[in-house]
Design a protein around this ligand. Structure first.
Ligand code: WQD
Length: 339
């Protein structure tokens, strides 16, 4: 039975991926220092999977702590690296914390894979590396635009670091560029747990519908899109999780020729903010109160994925609809105590 390390495994995408790995019979080791989640997520994972993964509360950005932690697991078959700070706006306020944490943890993990080249690594990247793409849907070989935030820069430079180290040390890696992961596990036992005021649209919508948050704003209604509001590729978090299993098993099977391969994880369909709101109301029967507000600095007009490479090489496509995302997100929100 292969052992897979999931860093940030108690986080939003990490927890959903851990559930799918356990369902496939992998032994899962979760490393998470609870910087942006709660330990109760482990109970949710165990409740769904029927197995409680081993959890290590370790700061992977601490080279000594990370090295001694990994020294206890020389047999790791693969690492899926989610653990990172990921709030775009916060990264502009705290660039040092973002670079120290996101690059530090990546470098410490790469020290291990350099010494254990049979252990492959899956890296959480993001569609933010494209900025405002010149062509949509955006392909993996689209030009990388200058990062709009330190967060986006940690993804762009993270991919470059990955490429340099994997080539030099002969291990394989895959970077997965997420579009907009949303929703929750259909069991409503795990889901998104934004701490504080949600920066992202869907958790703000669900907290607004739950009466926990007032003042849902639609940022910008003068974009050159079908209804004037910005377009994104919203993808169910379970679809994103399943793509990680396919990517990991591609590495295990030794498929692919490049040291580092890159894949978009999106549905290939763009939805406007107003269409997301309409989907939520349709899926839940809840009416949302919202107002237009000025555009949010740093937002791109539109982003949605070309999904052909992931379909052809990973054999993976997103299967869940926007309405299902909304229904699952709402069911999860209703389990949360008023925060
Ligand atoms: C989506 C759309 C907003 C909130 C970011 C990161 C990306 C990934 C996902 C980490 C935009 C609009 C939002 C609100 C709104 N994060 N919006 N009212 O900015 O596309 O992507 O989060 O991996 O890397 O860049 O997601 O959900 O913040 O915004 O109108 O209260 O909803 O302007 O058009 P975004 P988002």
């Amino acid at each position: 039975m292969k052992t897979v390390l999931v860093t940030g495994g108690l986080g939003f995408i990490g927890s959903h991926t851990t559930v799918e790995l356990l369902a496939r019979g992998y032994r899962v080791l979760v490393a998470d220092n609870l910087a942006n989640t709660r330990r109760e997520v482990l109970d949710g994972i165990a409740s769904i999977a029927g197995i409680r993964p081993t959890w290590a509360n370790v700061d992977l950005a601490d080279p000594v702590a990370c090295r001694s932690f990994l020294a206890g697991h020389p047999d790791l078959a693969g690492i899926i690296h989610f653990a990172a700070h990921k709030a775009v706006g916060e990264s502009v306020q705290k660039p040092l914390a973002y670079y120290r944490n996101n690059f530090g943890s990546l470098l410490n993990l790469l020290e291990f894979t350099a010494e254990h080249p049979r252990c492959g690594l899956i890296f959480s990247s993001s569609c933010t590396v494209y900025g405002q793409a010149d062509q949509l849907p955006v392909c993996e070989d689209a030009p990388i635009k200058p990062a709009e935030s330190p967060y986006g820069n940690t993804k762009q430079v993270g991919e470059e670091i990955l490429r340099d180290v994997a080539k030099a040390h002969g291990f394989r890696a895959i970077a997965l560029r997420y579009f907009n992961p949303i929703g929750a596990h259909p069991s409503a036992k795990i889901g998104e747990l934004p701490l504080g005021v949600p920066q992202n649209l869907v958790p703000f919508i669900t907290q607004s519908a739950a009466g926990l948050r007032a003042g849902l704003k639609v940022f910008g209604n003068d974009y050159a899109t079908r209804d004037g509001t910005a377009v994104r590729d919203y993808i169910h978090v379970v679809d994103v999780a399943l793509a990680h299993i396919d990517a990991l098993e591609r590495l295990f099977a030794g498929k692919g020729s490049e040291a580092v391969e890159v894949f978009n994880l999106g549905t290939g369909t763009g939805s406007t903010v107003l269409e997301v709101i309409a989907a939520f109301e349709r899926a839940t029967g809840k009416k949302l109160q919202w107002d237009f507000a000025p555009r949010r600095p740093g937002d791109v007009v539109a982003a949605y994925a070309d999904t052909n490479k992931a379909a052809a090489e990973l054999g993976w496509r997103a299967e869940r609809s926007l309405d299902q995302c909304m229904a699952d997100a709402w069911r999860w929100q209703q389990t949360l105590p008023g925060r």
